[in-house]
Ligand binder design. Structure first.
Ligand code: FES
Length: 87
């Protein structure tokens, strides 16, 4: 979202890689869950993502992120998810 596009990805692909491979622009920098540039909001399917690693927990905490926010570079897709990519 908000483009409404949907596509299949190989299980374990990160949100960031899935976005790039499918032509979606998701700004990013460190790719290590440190900079927070690729923060996205999970609209559905939160349980179908990998657990947050320590860096992601710390970075999202510093950003005062909500419970449905994830970092695209480390959040791996394990099932159906709906992701809002900031414009
Ligand atoms: S690219 Fe830096 S947190 Fe994901």
């Amino acid at each position: 979202m908000p483009s409404g596009q949907s596509f299949d990805v190989v299980e374990g692909t990160t949100i960031l890689v899935a976005a790039i491979r499918n032509g979606l622009h998701l700004p990013h920098d460190c790719t290590e869950a440190i900079c927070g540039t690729d923060r996205v909001k999970i609209l559905a399917g939160q349980k179908n993502l990998s657990e947050k690693n320590e860096n992601e927990e710390l970075t999202l905490g510093m950003m005062n992120a909500g419970p449905n926010d994830r970092l695209g570079c480390v959040a791996r897709i394990l099932g159906d998810v709906t992701v809002e990519i900031p414009s």
